[in-house]
Write a protein that binds this ligand. Structure first.
Ligand code: SD4
Length: 310
C-alpha cells in the first residue's frame, strides 16, 4: 500500500489537491483523483486568470481550451486541443482516451465528439473575463491611441507569462495501489493567436505519466516546453535514477539553454514531478515564481519551487 499523494501547479492547485485527496482517500485510482482535482479548478470561475471558463481568451476574444490525461498503469492517454464551449476539457480528453482509438482530437472535431458523448455546449465567458479582455487587449489599446483596426490576428510579440497570468493546472496523483495518474488542463496563454496550441495537451510536453518511471507536468511558456519535450524528458531522467527534484532542475536548465540559443533568457517555464515512491520535485526558471500545492494525508502545503539560472 502506498501513501496517497497529489501535487498540483500554482496557488489554485490547492483546490485541485484537496479534491483529489478525497478521491484517493476512498481508495480510488490516481487518474480519477487527478481528474477530480483538475475539474475543481476548471469549475471555479472566480479564480482570476485561471483555468477553464472565465479565463483569458485569445486575441479575437475566443476562449479555446486544451487538456490531456494519462494513466501510469498502461500509458493510456487522451487529449483535446483548441476546443470551444466545453466546460470540462479534461473529462473530454479522458473520453478520447477511453472511447476512441486516438490520442488527440482538436477544434471542431473535438467539439463534435463532445456533443456525441453528451457534453453540453456552454457559453464560457463571464462578465469579468470580458471586461478584462477589453481592458488588457493590446490591439484594442492601440486602437484607443491610433484609431486603427482594433483586432489583428497576426504577430505574437505580446505573448507573456508572468506570475499573474497563469491558467494551467497540472495535477499528478499517486494512489493507494501505487499507481500514478496525471491531468493537465488550461486555457493556454492569454491573448494567444487564434488556433495556437501550447504544451499542455501534448503528451510528453505538458504531461507524461508512467508507473515505471514517474509523473511530470509543465507550466509556463508552452512553446519552450514543447521545444525540449519537457515532461517526457523529466520522466526519462527519473527512469534513469534521478530524483524528481533533480529531474525538474535538469529540465529547467535544458529549457534555459534551448531558449538561450535564440537569445531568450530565461525560458519562463516550471515543472513538477512525482515518482512511484511518492517523492516530489519542482523547479522553475528564473523570474517565474512558481508555487505548487502538495497533499499528503489530510494536509495540503503550498511550496515555492527553486529557481534555476542559466
Ligand atoms: C501554455 N503552458 O498554453 C501553457 C500556459 C501556462 O500557466 O502554463 N500557463 O503554453
Amino acid at each position: 500500500m502506498a501513501e496517497p499523494i497529489t501535487i498540483a501547479t500554482w496557488p489554485f492547485g490547492k483546490a485541485a489537491v484537496e479534491a483529489a485527496m478525497k478521491v484517493l482517500a476512498r481508495g480510488e485510482p490516481a487518474l480519477d483523483a487527478a481528474l477530480a482535482g483538475a475539474q475543481a479548478v476548471e469549475d471555479d470561475t472566480s479564480i482570476r486568470n485561471s483555468v477553464g471558463f472565465g479565463s483569458l481568451p485569445d486575441r479575437l476574444g475566443r476562449l479555446t481550451l486544451d487538456a490531456c490525461v494519462m494513466d501510469g498503469r498502461t500509458l493510456a492517454c487522451g487529449s483535446v486541443a483548441c476546443v470551444e464551449h466545453i466546460r470540462h476539457p479534461a473529462a473530454l480528453a479522458r473520453r478520447v482516451m477511453e472511447k476512441t482509438p486516438h490520442v488527440m482530437l482538436v477544434g471542431d472535431g473535438a467539439k463534435w465528439f463532445a456533443l456525441q458523448q453528451g457534453f453540453p455546449l456552454e457559453v464560457p465567458y463571464t462578465a469579468d473575463s470580458i471586461k478584462e479582455w477589453l481592458d488588457a487587449h493590446p490591439d484594442l489599446k492601440k486602437k484607443e491611441k491610433t484609431g486603427k483596426s482594433p483586432v489583428r490576428a497576426d504577430g505574437a510579440a505580446d505573448i507573456t507569462v508572468n506570475e499573474f497570468n497563469h491558467d494551467t493546472v497540472t495535477v499528478l496523483s499517486l494512489d493507494k495501489k501505487g499507481h500514478l495518474g496525471g491531468v493537465c488542463t488550461t486555457s493556454g496563454l492569454g491573448y494567444k493567436l487564434p488556433g495556437r496550441v501550447g504544451d499542455s495537451p501534448i503528451i510528453g510536453a505538458g504531461l507524461y505519466v508512467d508507473d515505471l518511471a514517474g509523473a511530470a507536468g509543465g507550466t509556463g511558456v508552452g512553446e519552450e516546453i514543447i521545444r525540449i519535450g519537457g515532461s517526457l524528458f523529466i520522466a526519462e531522467q527519473m527512469r534513469a535514477g534521478k530524483t524528481p527534484q533533480e529531474a525538474c532542475e535538469l529540465a529547467c536548465k535544458r529549457a534555459n539553454a534551448a531558449a538561450g540559443r535564440r537569445g531568450v533568457h530565461p525560458a519562463r517555464v516550471a515543472f513538477l514531478a512525482l515518482d512511484p515512491k511518492g517523492n516530489v520535485g519542482a523547479a522553475c526558471t528564473e523570474k517565474t515564481n512558481f508555487k505548487y500545492a502538495v497533499g499528503r494525508g489530510d494536509k495540503v502545503e503550498m511550496l515555492t519551487a527553486k529557481e534555476i539560472g542559466p
